[in-house]
Design a protein around this ligand. Sequence first.
Ligand SMILES: [Zn+2]
Ligand SMILES: [Zn+2]
Length: 279
Amino acid sequence: MGSEGCLLVMVIDIHPQLAEADQHAHTYLDACISFANIHLASNVRNTLAVIAANHQETRFLYPSTTEEQDKRQKDGRLELLGLVDDSIERELRSMVVDKHHGEQTESLISGAIGRGLLYIKRQETEDILSKRVHARILVVKISSDTGGQYLNYINNYLSAQKIGTAIDVCLVGSDCGLLQQGADITGGCYHCIHEITELLQTLIMMYQADVATRKKLNTPAPEAVDYRAACFCHRSLVDMGNVCSNCLSVYCKAVPLCTTCNVIFQTDRPLMKIGKKKK
Ligand SMILES: [Zn+2]
Ligand SMILES: [Zn+2]
Protein backbone atom coordinates (compact mmCIF):
# COMPACT_ATOMS: atom_id res chain seq x y z
CA MET A 1 0.00 0.00 0.00
CA GLY A 2 2.88 2.29 0.85
CA SER A 3 4.24 2.53 -2.70
CA GLU A 4 0.83 3.38 -4.17
CA GLY A 5 0.61 6.53 -2.13
CA CYS A 6 -2.22 7.78 0.00
CA LEU A 7 -4.60 10.70 -0.16
CA LEU A 8 -4.68 12.45 3.20
CA VAL A 9 -7.64 14.74 3.82
CA MET A 10 -6.93 16.96 6.81
CA VAL A 11 -9.86 18.63 8.55
CA ILE A 12 -8.55 21.46 10.71
CA ASP A 13 -10.62 23.24 13.31
CA ILE A 14 -9.98 26.98 13.38
CA HIS A 15 -12.75 28.00 15.76
CA PRO A 16 -12.30 31.50 17.30
CA GLN A 17 -11.58 29.65 20.61
CA LEU A 18 -8.13 29.11 19.11
CA ALA A 19 -7.35 32.78 19.78
CA GLU A 20 -7.63 32.07 23.51
CA ALA A 21 -4.56 29.84 23.24
CA ASP A 22 -2.30 32.97 23.04
CA GLN A 23 0.89 32.36 21.04
CA HIS A 24 0.03 28.70 20.77
CA ALA A 25 -2.37 29.40 17.91
CA HIS A 26 0.78 29.63 15.76
CA THR A 27 2.13 26.38 17.15
CA TYR A 28 -1.20 24.72 16.34
CA LEU A 29 -1.32 25.90 12.72
CA ASP A 30 2.41 25.28 12.21
CA ALA A 31 2.02 21.71 13.45
CA CYS A 32 -0.85 21.09 11.00
CA ILE A 33 1.04 22.59 8.04
CA SER A 34 4.27 20.76 8.95
CA PHE A 35 2.38 17.48 9.13
CA ALA A 36 0.87 18.14 5.69
CA ASN A 37 4.41 18.76 4.35
CA ILE A 38 5.75 15.57 5.96
CA HIS A 39 2.94 13.56 4.38
CA LEU A 40 3.71 14.91 0.90
CA ALA A 41 7.49 14.60 1.27
CA SER A 42 7.44 11.02 2.57
CA ASN A 43 6.14 9.51 -0.68
CA VAL A 44 6.13 11.06 -4.12
CA ARG A 45 2.70 9.52 -4.84
CA ASN A 46 1.09 10.91 -1.70
CA THR A 47 -1.58 13.54 -2.24
CA LEU A 48 -3.21 16.00 0.09
CA ALA A 49 -6.35 18.01 0.71
CA VAL A 50 -6.77 20.40 3.62
CA ILE A 51 -10.20 21.63 4.72
CA ALA A 52 -10.65 24.17 7.50
CA ALA A 53 -13.82 24.58 9.53
CA ASN A 54 -14.88 27.33 11.89
CA HIS A 55 -18.28 28.15 13.35
CA GLN A 56 -19.47 29.81 10.14
CA GLU A 57 -18.02 27.99 7.15
CA THR A 58 -15.88 25.20 5.80
CA ARG A 59 -13.22 25.97 3.21
CA PHE A 60 -10.69 24.09 1.08
CA LEU A 61 -7.28 25.48 2.04
CA TYR A 62 -5.58 23.12 -0.38
CA PRO A 63 -6.16 22.48 -3.24
CA SER A 64 -7.42 26.02 -3.42
CA THR A 65 -10.63 26.77 -5.27
CA THR A 66 -9.54 30.36 -5.97
CA GLU A 67 -6.68 31.60 -8.14
CA GLU A 68 -3.48 29.64 -8.73
CA GLN A 69 -0.15 31.35 -8.24
CA ASP A 70 3.08 30.65 -10.14
CA LYS A 71 4.85 27.45 -9.19
CA ARG A 72 8.41 28.74 -9.40
CA GLN A 73 10.89 27.39 -6.93
CA LYS A 74 11.89 30.02 -4.41
CA ASP A 75 13.93 28.60 -1.56
CA GLY A 76 15.31 25.30 -2.82
CA ARG A 77 12.41 23.29 -1.42
CA LEU A 78 10.12 21.12 -3.48
CA GLU A 79 7.83 23.43 -5.47
CA LEU A 80 4.80 21.51 -4.28
CA LEU A 81 5.53 22.14 -0.61
CA GLY A 82 5.92 25.88 -1.19
CA LEU A 83 2.66 25.85 -3.14
CA VAL A 84 0.84 24.04 -0.34
CA ASP A 85 2.13 26.48 2.30
CA ASP A 86 1.17 29.53 0.22
CA SER A 87 -2.29 28.20 -0.56
CA ILE A 88 -3.04 27.30 3.08
CA GLU A 89 -1.79 30.63 4.36
CA ARG A 90 -3.75 32.66 1.79
CA GLU A 91 -7.02 30.82 2.32
CA LEU A 92 -6.66 30.81 6.11
CA ARG A 93 -6.06 34.54 6.13
CA SER A 94 -9.14 35.31 4.04
CA MET A 95 -11.20 32.88 6.13
CA VAL A 96 -10.22 34.54 9.40
CA VAL A 97 -10.64 38.06 8.01
CA ASP A 98 -14.10 37.40 6.46
CA LYS A 99 -15.87 37.82 9.79
CA HIS A 100 -19.62 38.26 9.91
CA HIS A 101 -19.71 38.52 13.71
CA GLY A 102 -22.35 35.86 13.98
CA GLU A 103 -23.16 33.85 17.03
CA GLN A 104 -20.21 31.77 18.18
CA THR A 105 -21.41 28.20 18.06
CA GLU A 106 -19.46 25.02 17.50
CA SER A 107 -17.19 24.38 14.51
CA LEU A 108 -18.73 22.80 11.41
CA ILE A 109 -16.44 19.77 11.59
CA SER A 110 -19.09 17.34 10.36
CA GLY A 111 -19.61 19.48 7.24
CA ALA A 112 -15.88 19.50 6.58
CA ILE A 113 -15.69 15.71 6.97
CA GLY A 114 -18.57 15.43 4.48
CA ARG A 115 -16.73 17.60 1.95
CA GLY A 116 -13.63 15.47 2.50
CA LEU A 117 -15.56 12.29 1.73
CA LEU A 118 -16.98 13.86 -1.43
CA TYR A 119 -13.49 14.94 -2.48
CA ILE A 120 -12.21 11.37 -2.04
CA LYS A 121 -15.13 9.98 -4.03
CA ARG A 122 -14.53 12.51 -6.81
CA GLN A 123 -10.85 11.58 -7.04
CA GLU A 124 -11.94 7.97 -7.53
CA THR A 125 -14.47 8.72 -10.25
CA GLU A 126 -12.18 11.15 -12.09
CA ASP A 127 -9.38 8.58 -12.25
CA ILE A 128 -9.34 7.15 -15.80
CA LEU A 129 -8.45 3.67 -14.60
CA SER A 130 -11.09 4.05 -11.86
CA LYS A 131 -8.73 2.62 -9.29
CA ARG A 132 -9.61 2.67 -5.63
CA VAL A 133 -7.98 5.66 -3.95
CA HIS A 134 -6.25 4.85 -0.68
CA ALA A 135 -7.50 7.69 1.42
CA ARG A 136 -7.90 8.61 5.03
CA ILE A 137 -9.26 11.61 6.87
CA LEU A 138 -7.49 13.26 9.80
CA VAL A 139 -9.51 15.58 12.03
CA VAL A 140 -7.54 17.98 14.23
CA LYS A 141 -9.91 19.68 16.64
CA ILE A 142 -9.40 22.20 19.42
CA SER A 143 -12.83 23.62 20.29
CA SER A 144 -15.42 21.95 22.48
CA ASP A 145 -18.47 20.20 21.07
CA THR A 146 -22.13 20.02 22.10
CA GLY A 147 -23.49 17.19 20.00
CA GLY A 148 -25.57 19.57 17.86
CA GLN A 149 -24.35 17.89 14.66
CA TYR A 150 -25.00 14.36 15.91
CA LEU A 151 -26.92 13.12 12.86
CA ASN A 152 -24.47 14.72 10.39
CA TYR A 153 -21.58 13.01 12.14
CA ILE A 154 -23.26 9.60 12.15
CA ASN A 155 -24.20 9.90 8.46
CA ASN A 156 -20.57 10.79 7.66
CA TYR A 157 -19.26 7.85 9.64
CA LEU A 158 -21.54 5.39 7.90
CA SER A 159 -20.58 6.80 4.47
CA ALA A 160 -16.87 6.63 5.36
CA GLN A 161 -17.29 3.06 6.55
CA LYS A 162 -19.02 2.16 3.29
CA ILE A 163 -16.20 3.52 1.10
CA GLY A 164 -13.54 2.09 3.43
CA THR A 165 -12.06 5.40 4.54
CA ALA A 166 -10.65 5.63 8.06
CA ILE A 167 -11.31 8.79 10.06
CA ASP A 168 -8.42 9.60 12.41
CA VAL A 169 -9.07 12.07 15.19
CA CYS A 170 -6.54 14.10 17.18
CA LEU A 171 -8.09 16.31 19.83
CA VAL A 172 -6.43 19.12 21.72
CA GLY A 173 -7.97 19.80 25.13
CA SER A 174 -11.13 17.90 25.98
CA ASP A 175 -12.43 14.53 24.81
CA CYS A 176 -15.25 14.32 22.28
CA GLY A 177 -17.45 11.22 22.44
CA LEU A 178 -18.92 11.78 18.98
CA LEU A 179 -15.56 11.90 17.22
CA GLN A 180 -14.36 8.93 19.24
CA GLN A 181 -17.33 6.97 17.89
CA GLY A 182 -16.35 8.02 14.35
CA ALA A 183 -12.78 6.80 14.71
CA ASP A 184 -14.03 3.51 16.14
CA ILE A 185 -16.69 2.95 13.46
CA THR A 186 -14.35 3.69 10.53
CA GLY A 187 -11.24 1.97 11.88
CA GLY A 188 -9.30 5.17 12.53
CA CYS A 189 -7.17 6.20 15.47
CA TYR A 190 -8.42 8.48 18.26
CA HIS A 191 -6.16 10.35 20.62
CA CYS A 192 -6.60 13.34 22.91
CA ILE A 193 -3.71 15.55 24.03
CA HIS A 194 -3.77 18.37 26.55
CA GLU A 195 -1.04 20.73 25.34
CA ILE A 196 -0.81 22.29 21.87
CA THR A 197 2.99 21.97 22.07
CA GLU A 198 2.58 18.16 21.93
CA LEU A 199 0.57 18.33 18.70
CA LEU A 200 3.26 17.97 16.02
CA GLN A 201 5.01 15.14 17.83
CA THR A 202 1.73 13.30 18.35
CA LEU A 203 0.75 13.74 14.69
CA ILE A 204 4.08 12.33 13.52
CA MET A 205 4.20 9.47 16.00
CA MET A 206 0.61 8.31 15.74
CA TYR A 207 -0.89 9.53 12.49
CA GLN A 208 1.89 9.47 9.91
CA ALA A 209 1.76 5.73 9.25
CA ASP A 210 -1.12 4.53 7.09
CA VAL A 211 -3.79 2.31 8.60
CA ALA A 212 -2.18 -0.95 7.45
CA THR A 213 1.29 -0.07 8.79
CA ARG A 214 -0.17 1.17 12.06
CA LYS A 215 -1.16 -2.35 13.06
CA LYS A 216 2.54 -3.24 13.28
CA LEU A 217 3.32 -0.31 15.56
CA ASN A 218 3.03 -0.30 19.30
CA THR A 219 0.49 2.53 19.60
CA PRO A 220 -1.47 3.26 22.80
CA ALA A 221 -4.37 0.86 23.33
CA PRO A 222 -7.74 2.37 22.34
CA GLU A 223 -9.88 3.59 25.21
CA ALA A 224 -13.44 2.45 25.86
CA VAL A 225 -15.73 4.26 23.41
CA ASP A 226 -18.59 6.37 24.72
CA TYR A 227 -21.45 5.12 22.52
CA ARG A 228 -24.22 7.28 23.92
CA ALA A 229 -26.62 8.75 21.38
CA ALA A 230 -27.70 12.39 21.30
CA CYS A 231 -31.43 13.04 21.76
CA PHE A 232 -33.18 14.62 18.78
CA CYS A 233 -34.91 17.26 20.91
CA HIS A 234 -32.00 18.90 22.78
CA ARG A 235 -28.94 17.35 21.06
CA SER A 236 -27.51 16.26 24.37
CA LEU A 237 -25.98 12.84 25.00
CA VAL A 238 -28.32 10.57 26.93
CA ASP A 239 -27.76 7.37 28.88
CA MET A 240 -31.38 6.26 28.62
CA GLY A 241 -34.07 7.60 26.34
CA ASN A 242 -37.26 6.94 24.42
CA VAL A 243 -36.91 5.60 20.88
CA CYS A 244 -39.50 6.10 18.11
CA SER A 245 -40.71 2.66 17.09
CA ASN A 246 -41.14 3.86 13.51
CA CYS A 247 -37.86 5.67 12.67
CA LEU A 248 -35.59 5.01 15.68
CA SER A 249 -35.22 8.71 16.61
CA VAL A 250 -34.04 9.14 20.19
CA TYR A 251 -35.83 11.40 22.71
CA CYS A 252 -34.65 12.14 26.24
CA LYS A 253 -38.24 12.16 27.54
CA ALA A 254 -41.66 10.91 26.42
CA VAL A 255 -43.04 13.03 23.55
CA PRO A 256 -46.54 12.90 22.02
CA LEU A 257 -45.26 13.18 18.43
CA CYS A 258 -42.05 12.12 16.66
CA THR A 259 -40.62 15.28 15.10
CA THR A 260 -38.69 13.25 12.52
CA CYS A 261 -41.41 11.06 11.02
CA ASN A 262 -44.57 12.69 12.47
CA VAL A 263 -45.88 9.51 14.06
CA ILE A 264 -48.25 10.13 16.98
CA PHE A 265 -47.61 8.10 20.12
CA GLN A 266 -50.58 7.07 22.20
CA THR A 267 -49.09 7.89 25.57
CA ASP A 268 -52.43 7.82 27.43
CA ARG A 269 -52.91 4.13 26.68
CA PRO A 270 -52.32 1.94 29.75
CA LEU A 271 -49.02 0.12 29.62
CA MET A 272 -49.36 -3.51 28.62
CA LYS A 273 -47.94 -6.03 30.96
CA ILE A 274 -45.31 -8.16 29.33
CA GLY A 275 -45.10 -11.88 30.01
CA LYS A 276 -48.78 -12.47 30.74
CA LYS A 277 -50.05 -15.12 28.34
CA LYS A 278 -53.71 -15.36 27.41
CA LYS A 279 -55.23 -18.80 27.10
ZN1 LIG B 1 -33.73 15.93 24.62
ZN1 LIG C 1 -40.17 8.66 14.31
